[in-house]
Design a protein around this ligand. Structure first.
Ligand code: TRP
Length: 384
């Protein structure tokens, strides 16, 4: 069976380093591994609209931001098909048929939907008396639309963050239900989670559980070196680590979580200088040694923040440079999206045709109409 990847992001803002370690970096690795027959990465504007119906302009503005982030992070349009969800209308059609295979009760139990409804305050007033109160039906159903996204491309592998696990589970259920009800047409996908715990859910710079634009605790892929340093400097560490000589906590210390996600062995050779101070000086060879020293005491927050800053910029600088170039070549970026959407459409149309065939709602397909007329005519045949 062909190995196919489908994944994507909602265009509601620029991508941050949480997106990067949670999924984007992996996609680039998978892309370059040469192990996959097809790779689709989708800018999920239609899904973004499910809770931004009153602000389509925000979604529209962020399509190009996400595309720029993708390309500058290393997605290569020669290997990865990048497209815009709303331009593939077949996805909506698939979604409509899948809706009959899912119950309201099952959607209500989807933990991600539940958490998101709560986060957005949708559930506070459900009387529908104004537009704000209550959960938009489209939003409620987005797991079904996501199943359409995944199955349309016959994806076998969906690399996403941990919060998307219930979506993939729901997709697998829909696939099984479809195939057993109508006959096989859909492929059951596997989720691919980040392998490192720090990457599963990168906390915000304030130590809060999640990096999110509304909390203002993000480091963006497009931040300048100055912005990154300002954010790193003010990062949450161990509030109990008051004096440099005090023993420090590594667990729950955001600076160390970021190092777990970004630091590579070669960084100690490259940026070891960060640990050479006037009063104290260390020759660390690994992150474990840094952690041990921090726990023992004597290692100041400023030193590790300097090191983290260097480590982050080692990853971010090439991304920043490519972004600056691409920003000056928007016609190219839009052409990538236009072409990508065309290819995606053909692919999704193929699956939709198979779905309609299995559901026997392909009345006007080649040869089907003749059969249909014959079959129905039987009913009305007059006795001789
Ligand atoms: N839900 C994803 C997000 O919040 C975006 C998305 C839409 C997606 N459809 C998908 C991800 C299909 C993986 C597969 O960013």
């Amino acid at each position: 069976m062909a190995k196919i990847i489908l994944t994507g992001d909602r265009p509601t803002g620029r991508l941050h380093i949480g997106h990067y370690v949670g999924s984007l970096r992996r996609r680039v690795e998978l892309q370059n591994s040469g192990e996959f027959d097809k790779i689709f990465v989708m800018i999920a504007d239609a899904q973004a609209l499910t809770d931004n119906a009153d602000n389509p302009e925000k979604v529209r503005q962020n399509i190009i931001e996400v595309a720029l982030d993708y390309l500058s992070a290393g997605l290569d349009p020669e290997k990865t098909n990048i497209f815009i969800q709303s331009q593939v209308s077949e996805l909506t059609e698939l979604c409509f048929f899948y809706m009959n295979l899912v119950t309201v009760q099952r959607l209500q139990r989807n933990p991600t939907v539940k958490a998101e409804i709560q986060m957005r305050g949708f559930s506070e007033s459900n009387d529908g008396s104004d537009n704000k109160a209550g959960t938009p039906v489209g939003f409620f159903c987005y797991p079904i639309s996501q199943a359409a996204d995944i199955t349309a491309f016959k994806a076998t592998c969906v690399p996403v963050g941990e919060d998307q696990e219930p979506m993939i589970e729901q997709t697998r259920e829909i696939v099984r239900k479809f195939n057993s009800t109508y006959g096989p047409a859909l492929v059951e996908p596997q989720i691919l989670l980040p392998e490192n715990a720090a990457c599963l859910r990168l906390p915000g710079t304030d130590g809060k559980a999640k990096m999110s634009k509304s909390l203002g605790n993000c480091i963006y892929l497009s931040d300048s070196a100055e912005e990154v340093w300002a954010k790193v400097k003010s990062m949450y560490t161990d509030p109990g680590h008051l004096q440099v000589s005090d023993p420090g906590k590594v667990e729950g210390n955001t600076v160390f979580t970021y190092l777990d996600a970004f630091c590579r062995p070669e960084h100690f050779e490259m940026f070891g200088d960060c640990f050479h101070g006037k009063k104290v000086s260390f020759d660390f060879k690994s992150l474990d040694e840094v952690k041990a020293q921090y726990r023992a005491g004597g290692l100041g927050d400023m030193m590790i923040k300097n090191f983290l800053n260097a480590v982050l910029n080692d990853t971010l600088e090439p991304i920043r440079k490519r972004r600056a170039e691409l920003e000056q070549n928007l016609p190219y970026v839009y052409e990538v999206l236009r072409k990508g959407s065309e290819v995606a459409r053909a692919e999704a149309a193929d699956t939709l045709a198979a779905v309609k065939r299995q559901m026997r709602i392909n009345y006007f397909d080649e040869g089907v109409l003749d059969e249909l007329i014959k079959e129905q005519s039987e009913k009305y045949k007059k006795a001789e």
